[in-house]
Design a protein around this ligand. Structure first.
Ligand code: NI
Length: 276
């Protein structure tokens, strides 16, 4: 039987195929695991889904998002691989998903949506680009109380960088320097790809593959400002094979969740949260 990631790699830019596989997984397995698949809106006829536990337990609440940018497909496919192969192992934590944020961009293999808008910009007024918010972004802002609650403890947005053979990430922590959250994610990425060193990315400085607490008006920036304790945006390298990027993203999700379930953090201690 072929590896699931090889099959996914053949249909990377088919939103219809992604939707078929996601809805089939939900009908066959997701409902049994207590998951609701909610259509937040339609983007030019294609659903924008929120996948969440119908009822929340007392465990941490984390959110995973894929494919804000349509030419960065492997986060969305990594989420699907995780749902099919791994989700059932985690019952003590509330994991929600925005599995495919930019369905029209995925179909067209474009960064922007069908209206030419960047879905990961314009969430915080006065930051870098200060672009008007996208259609997808406005839906998230309209649902911010719910989404922010589902991401109360952690959020990760799975991106890719088409110009790169190396990997890196953005993180947000209430600290002056990157801590165990950042290190765990960096280690997860480094199992698959070399780490990009000391570059600068869109005006932000990078150290050891990490851009730390950079206020860029992205969705991760907004959620961190809204109370999410740990936020990240990972970047798998688009110049590497798609199947490997899919496997890497599924692994990154597991390590992201592992941070919250293994007591590696201060979430369960109720430590007071201060902005850096
Ligand atoms: Ni991106």
């Amino acid at each position: 039987m072929p590896q699931i990631e090889n099959h996914f790699a053949e249909v990377l830019h088919s939103e219809r195929r992604y939707r078929e596989l996601l809805t089939r997984w939900h009908a066959e397995s997701g409902t049994k695991l207590g998951y609701s698949l909610i259509e937040l809106t339609k983007i030019d006829g294609r659903p924008l889904y929120l996948l969440r536990p119908a009822e929340l337990n007392d465990g941490p609440r984390v959110l995973v998002a894929g494919a804000f940018h349509g030419e960065e497909p492997c986060g969305a496919w990594g989420i699907l691989k995780f749902l099919i192969e791994d989700l059932q192992r985690y019952s003590s934590i509330n994991i929600s998903f925005l599995p495919l944020v930019n369905p029209t961009g995925l179909d067209a293999s474009t960064r922007v949506n069908y209206l030419g808008q960047n879905p990961n910009c314009g969430f915080v007024a006065g930051t870098k680009d200060d672009l008007p918010i996208s259609t997808e972004g406005q839906v998230f802002v309209d649902h911010l109380p719910i989404i922010s609650d589902l991401a109360k403890d952690g959020f990760i947005s799975l991106h890719e960088d088409w110009e790169q053979t190396h990997t890196y990430l953005y993180t947000f922590e209430s600290a002056k320097t990157p801590g165990r959250f950042t290190n765990r994610l960096l280690e997860a990425l480094s199992k698959f790809f070399p780490i990009l060193q000391d570059d600068s990315c869109e005006g932000a400085s990078m150290r050891g593959g990490v851009i730390f607490n950079h206020p860029d008006g992205s969705f991760e920036d907004l959620l961190f400002r809204s109370g999410t304790r740990y936020a990240a945006c990972s970047e798998t390298p688009g110049a590497q094979p798609a199947a490997r990027r899919i496997v890497c993203n599924a692994h990154v999700i597991k390590e992201f969740i592992g941070f919250f379930v293994t007591g590696d953090n201060d979430v369960s201690q109720g430590a007071s949260r201060t902005r850096p």
